[in-house]
Design a protein around this ligand. Structure first.
Ligand code: LLP
Length: 395
C-alpha cells in the first residue's frame, strides 16, 4: 500500500493519468536481460505495447531491440535510441511509404507477411537501388488458447504465410533480385498463459518448418518466435514480474536443435503491463435500484481493453485509509463515456468509497495508453512516473 506522502503527491496530479512504476520496469527488464543472455536469445521489445519515450529510452538503453508494426513505430524506435540493426518491422499491411522508410533506415529485417508483399518489397528495393533484408512470417496454424481477438497463428487469421504457399514462397525468393532472406518469423497470439504447452508446440512447428525450408535450399539463419507471454491480471501484486523463466527455458529447450542459429523473441505486454496503472478519481457515487455505481473520470477511451475484449483489470481504492479497508462492499465501477460497455468492473468489492477517492486500474501498462482515443472529445491521459510523479513529464 502507498504511504500518505505518496498518496498526497498523486492527489496533486490532474486525473486521469497513467502512472508507471519505474522500479518495477527496471526489475522486469533486468530479468529479461539476464535470461536472454543466459540462453543466448535476442529480445526485440514490441513497441506497440507502450511507446512512451521514457519507457522506450530505458529499454533501448538496456540493449534490447525493437519490434515495430508501422513506419511511425520504426521512426519512434530510432528516435528513442534503438539501433537500426536491432529493429524488426512486421505487419500485414505496410504501405509503400513505410517500406521505403524501413529500406532507407537499414533496419535488421522487414517481416513480410504475404507473397505479394515480398514482390512489392523487391520492386521498391530495386527502384531505390537498396537491398532489402527480410524475414518471412509463417502462419503455423497453432491455437494459442487465448482470446479470439488476440489469436494470430491460425489458418483463418490474416497473419503470415500458410503451408499451402510454402512451395510458391521458395520459388518466389529464388526469383527476387533485391531481397536478402534472413529467416522465419512466428507469432501466434498474446496473453498466453499455458506457457510450456503452447510455446513448446510453437517450437516444434517452427523446427519442422525451418527444416522444410532448409531442405529446399534456403538458409534460415534467424528464427523469431514472437511475443505472447501472459501476465497475471487477477493478482498483479502476487506476480509483478511475469514468468519469463519458464518462457525462455521452454523456447531454449524447444530450439536446442538449432543452437547455431540466432533465436529471437518479441515480448510486449510481459515487459510493461504490470508497471502501469491508470489512476482515476471517483466523480460520483450513485445508488441504482439494485447496485451502487462508482462513476470515474477515466473512461473506455483511456483504456479500451475491458470494453473491447471483456478484459479483467483489478481496481483498487488507493485513497481508502487502513481503517476503511476492513469492510468491503460491492460496486459497479463505470466510466463517463456514452457507451454501456464503459465499465471497469461489476460487483467489485472495495472499501466504502467516496467522491474524490483515487482508484488505480492495475496492469494497464501494456495496450493501455497506446490504444487511447479522443472519443467524446475527451483529453488524452498523460504519463507520470513513480520516481517523479509531479515532475515536468506530467503535463
Ligand atoms: N510480435 C508481433 C508480431 C505481434 O503482433 C505482437 C502483438 C507482439 C510481438 C507482442 O505480443 P505480446 O508479447 O505483447 O503479447 N491489444 C491486445 C494485444 C494485441 C497484441 C498484438 N500483437 C490486448 O490489449 O490484449
Amino acid at each position: 500500500m502507498l504511504n500518505t506522502n505518496q498518496i498526497a503527491d498523486l492527489e496533486k496530479i490532474r486525473t486521469p493519468y497513467y502512472l508507471y512504476d519505474i522500479r518495477l520496469l527496471e526489475k522486469t527488464v533486468e530479468e529479461v536481460r539476464f535470461l536472454s543472455e543466459k540462453y543466448g536469445i535476442e529480445v526485440h521489445y514490441a513497441v506497440k505495447a507502450n511507446s512512451e519515450p521514457r519507457i522506450l529510452r530505458y529499454i533501448a538503453g538496456k540493449g534490447l531491440g525493437a519490434d515495430c508494426v508501422s513506419g511511425n513505430e520504426v521512426v519512434c524506435a530510432l528516435e528513442n535510441g534503438f539501433p537500426a540493426g536491432k529493429i524488426a518491422f512486421a505487419g500485414v499491411g505496410k504501405t509503400d511509404e513505410e517500406i521505403e522508410i524501413a529500406l532507407r533506415t537499414g533496419i535488421f529485417a522487414m517481416v513480410c507477411e504475404s507473397l505479394h508483399e515480398i514482390s512489392v518489397v523487391d520492386e521498391i528495393a530495386s527502384g531505390l537501388g537498396i537491398r532489402a533484408s527480410i524475414m518471412v512470417r509463417i502462419n503455423p496454424n497453432i491455437d494459442a488458447h487465448t482470446h479470439k481477438y488476440i489469436t494470430t497463428g491460425l489458418d483463418d487469421n490474416k497473419f503470415g504465410i500458410s503451408e499451402h504457399e510454402f512451395g510458391a514462397l521458395v520459388e518466389l525468393l529464388g526469383k527476387c533480385r533485391s531481397v536478402d532472406f534472413r529467416g522465419l518469423h512466428f507469432h501466434i497470439g498474446s496473453q498466453i498463459t499455458e506457457v510450456e504447452e503452447v510455446f513448446s508446440l510453437e517450437c516444434m512447428r517452427a523446427r519442422s518448418i525451418v527444416s522444410y525450408f532448409e531442405s529446399a535450399g534456403l538458409n534460415v539463419d534467424n528464427i523469431d518466435l514472437g511475443g505472447g507471454l501472459g501476465v497475471d491480471y487477477e493478482d498483479p501484486d502476487m506476480n509483478p514480474v511475469p514468468d519469463f523463466r519458464t518462457w525462455f527455458a521452454t523456447i531454449a529447450e524447444g530450439m536446442e536443435p538449432f543452437r547455431g542459429k540466432r533465436i529471437h523473441v518479441e515480448p510486449g505486454r510481459s515487459i510493461v503491463a504490470q508497471c502501469g496503472s491508470l489512476i482515476t478519481k471517483v466523480l460520483y457515487v450513485k445508488n441504482g435500484l439494485r447496485k451502487t455505481f462508482l462513476i470515474t473520470d477515466a473512461g473506455m477511451n483511456d483504456l479500451i481493453r475491458p470494453a473491447l475484449y471483456g478484459a479483467y483489470h483489478k481496481v483498487e481504492n488507493i485513497s481508502a485509509s487502513t481503517d476503511r479497508q476492513g469492510s468491503l462492499r460491492p460496486y459497479d465501477i463505470v466510466g463517463p463515456v456514452c457507451e454501456s460497455s464503459d465499465v471497469w468492473g461489476e460487483g467489485r468489492m472495495l472499501p466504502e468509497t467516496f467522491r474524490g477517492d483515487l482508484l488505480a486500474i492495475r496492469s494497464a501498462g501494456a495496450y493501455g495508453q497506446v490504444m487511447a482515443s479522443r472519443y467524446n472529445l475527451r483529453d488524452l491521459a498523460k504519463a507520470c512516473y513513480s520516481d517523479d510523479p509531479c515532475g515536468q513529464n506530467n503535463y
